[in-house]
Ligand binder design. Structure first.
Ligand SMILES: C[S@@+](CC[C@H](N)C(=O)[O-])C[C@H]1O[C@@H](n2cnc3c(N)ncnc32)[C@H](O)[C@@H]1O
Length: 487
C-alpha cells in the first residue's frame, strides 16, 4: 500500500482535516453540481471539474475524490486518463494558473463564482500545460460553464481563456515570475515559495539552484507506480513477469509498473502477494531491518503503522526470522487497515497513542517510528497538498515527532535499534528531530547511508544524520530516515 493510497486521516495529508470529512472525501462529490445537472457529453472534463469543486469547497483530497467519481460514473480508458491529467494537473499548478488568470481578469479571482473559477483553472491548465488545441480547450470550457451556470458567464470565460491563450506557459512565466532565482524556480515549477525554500535547505542551500530546479521539476511530475512483493511469498522477478513491469533499481522487492490502469486490479495485488508501495517506502522498511543487533532479533515494533504499508514488509520479514511485530496506530480506522493488510502475518495490531499505550518497556529489538509529518516529500501524490499546507504546520508536528521518537527509544532494549522516518525532507522534521532526541536520550545515531550502500547519494548536507531520498535522484518520494541505537 503506498502512502498515496492512504485514506488521509493523519496529520500528513492536508491541513487540519476534520474527522467527519473523511467519509465524504472518499466518495464522489455531491451537491449543487452533483448528479442532477444536465450532461455536456464531456465526461472527462465534468469529472475533472467536480473534483476541483470538491477540493475547493470541501477541502477534499483529489486523489480520493476523482477515482471514486470515475468508478461511480463508469468512466474508463481515455476519458479516465484525460480526467486524471486535467484534475490533478490543475490542482498541482493552481498557484501558477491563478497568477496567469489574475493577469487576465480585472478583479481579484478569489471573488469569482466558484464554478467559473474552477472552469477557468481547468481551461488554463489545458491551454498552458497540455497539448490540447486551444480552440478545443476554450470551447470545452464554455460548454462546461454553460451546463453548470447557464449562459451568463460564457462570454467572460471565453474572453479570459482567449487572453490566457495569447502566450505560452514559458512566456507567462517570463512575464509574471518573481525576479529572484529561488522565487522564479518556485513559480516555474508551480510550487509555493516556502516549499522551494525548504527543498533548497534540505539540498544544502540556495547556491545549488540547478539541483533545486531538478527537484522541483521532478516533484511536479506524476509519480511512477511501484509494487512491493511480499517477502517469502513471491520474488520481484516473478512479480515483474506476471505484471509486465520492471524490477525496481534499488528495492529487492520492488517492481516498477510500466503500464497504466488500476494496480489494485492486478492479480498479485488482489491475492495479497504484493502491495502498491513507493520504492522509497520499501527502502525505509528495509533499512529498519539492516543495522545488526546482538542476540535476539525477533521482537519488532511499528509505532505509527497505519495504513500498514511498511508493517506488511516488516511482518513478512520478521516471520522469516520466526519473530513477531507489534503494530500501533492512534486512528482506529487506520489500525483496522493495518489488520487487513497484515492478515496471515505474525502481527498484533494495537489501537492507541504510541506515547501512552501499555506496551513493554525496553523490550523490542527493532522499532520503526514512521512519524506523522507534513508530507512535503510526497507532494507528487497529493495534487492539491502543496497549496494547502502552511509553514506553521511544521511547528505543530515537530513536538509530536520528538515525543514519538522518545517513545520508540523507551520501548527498545539496550543494543536494539530505532528507525525514525518521515515522508518529508523538511530539516526541522528530519535531522533536527533526530539530533535533539539523540542528545537528550544518549542514543547513538548510526551511519545510516552505510546501512543502505546500494542506494547512491543519500547523505545529507553538512554531515547531518540520516538518509534523504529524492524524486529527482532516486525516482522515489522524498523520504527521510535515520537509525539510532539505544545504549
Ligand atoms: C506516516 S503515517 C505511517 C505510514 C505507515 N508506516 C505505512 O507505511 O503505511 C503516520 C501514522 O501515525 C499515526 N499516528 C499519529 N499520531 C500517532 C500517535 N500519537 N500514536 C500512534 N500513531 C499515531 C497516524 O494515524 C498515521 O497513520
Amino acid at each position: 500500500m503506498t502512502d498515496s493510497s492512504v485514506p488521509p486521516g493523519g496529520h500528513r495529508s492536508g491541513r487540519g482535516p476534520r474527522k467527519r470529512d473523511d467519509k465524504r472525501r472518499s466518495g464522489p462529490p455531491r451537491g449543487r453540481q452533483g448528479p442532477n445537472r444536465p450532461p455536456t457529453g464531456d465526461p472527462a472534463r465534468e469529472a475533472a471539474l467536480d473534483t476541483l469543486r470538491a477540493v475547493r469547497e470541501d477541502a477534499a483530497y483529489a486523489n480520493l475524490v476523482l477515482p471514486a467519481l470515475l468508478r461511480e460514473r463508469r468512466i474508463s480508458g481515455r476519458d479516465a486518463a484525460l480526467a486524471t491529467e486535467l484534475a490533478y494537473g490543475a490542482c498541482r499548478a493552481q498557484g501558477l494558473l491563478d497568477a496567469v488568470l489574475g493577469a487576465c481578469v480585472d478583479r481579484p479571482i478569489d471573488g469569482l463564482d466558484g464554478v467559473v473559477l474552477d472552469t477557468l483553472r481547468l481551461g488554463a491548465q489545458q491551454l498552458l500545460r497540455t497539448r490540447i488545441p486551444p480552440h478545443a480547450a476554450v470551447g470545452a470550457a464554455v460548454e462546461l460553464v454553460r451546463a453548470r451556470a447557464g449562459s451568463r458567464p460564457t462570454g467572460f470565460v471565453n474572453a479570459v481563456l482567449r487572453k490566457v491563450a495569447e502566450h505560452t506557459e514559458a512566456a507567462w512565466v517570463e512575464r509574471l515570475a518573481p525576479s529572484d532565482d529561488l522565487g522564479r524556480l518556485a513559480f516555474t515549477h508551480a510550487h509555493p515559495r516556502w516549499i522551494a525554500e525548504v527543498f533548497a535547505r534540505a539540498l544544502g542551500g540556495e547556491e545549488e539552484l540547478t539541483e533545486l530546479s531538478a527537484a522541483l521539476a521532478a516533484d511536479d511530475a506524476r509519480p511512477a507506480v511501484h509494487l512491493a512483493a511480499r517477502p517469502g511469498e513471491i520474488s520481484a522477478e516473478e512479480l515483474a513477469a506476471i505484471t509486465g513491469g520492471e524490477e525496481s533499481p534499488y528495492s529487492p522487492y520492488g517492481v516498477l509498473l510500466t503500464e497504466g490502469g488500476d494496480p489494485g486490479e492486478l492479480a498479485p495485488v488482489r491475492e495479497g502477494l504484493a502491495v502498491v508501495q513507493d520504492e522509497g517506502s520499501q527502502l525505509v522498511a528495509l533499512l529498519a531491518t539492516r543495522a545488526p543487533v546482538d542476540g535476539e532479533d525477533t521482537r519488532w515494533l511499528d509505532l505509527c503503522a497505519g495504513p500498514g504499508g511498511k508493517a506488511v514488509m516488516l511482518g513478512a520479514l520478521v516471520a522469516i526470522e520466526g519473530g513477531t511485530l507489534d503494530a500501533v496506530d492512534r486512528a482506529p480506522h487506520r489500525a483496522r487497515l493495518v489488520e487487513q493488510a497484515t492478515e496471515g502475518l505474525p502481527v498484533r495490531v494495537h489501537t492507541g497513542d504510541a506515547r501512552e499505550l501499555a506496551l513493554p518497556e525496553a523490550a523490542y529489538d527493532r522499532v520503526l517510528v514512521d512519524a506523522p509529518c507534513t508530507g512535503l516529500g510526497a507532494l507528487r501524490r497529493r495534487p492539491e497538498a502543496r497549496w494547502r499546507r502552511l509553514p506553521d504546520d511544521v511547528t505543530e508536528l515537530t513536538a509530536l515527532q520528538r515525543e514519538l521518537l522518545r517513545a520508540g527509544l523507551e520501548r527498545t532494549r539496550p543494543g536494539g535499534v530505532v528507525t525514525y522516518a518521515t515522508c518529508s525532507p523538511h530539516p526541522d522534521e528530519t535531522a533536527a528531530v533526530v539530533t535533539a532526541v539523540a542528545a537528550e536520550t544518549g542514543a547513538e545515531v548510526l551511519d545510516t547511508p552505510a546501512l543502505l550502500p546500494e542506494v547512491p547519494d543519500t547523505g545529507l548536507p553538512d554531515g547531518a544524520p540520516g538518509i534523504q531520498l529524492w524524486p529527482h535522484r532516486h525516482g522515489t518520494d522524498a523520504m527521510y530516515a535515520a537509525v539510532l541505537r539505544k545504549r
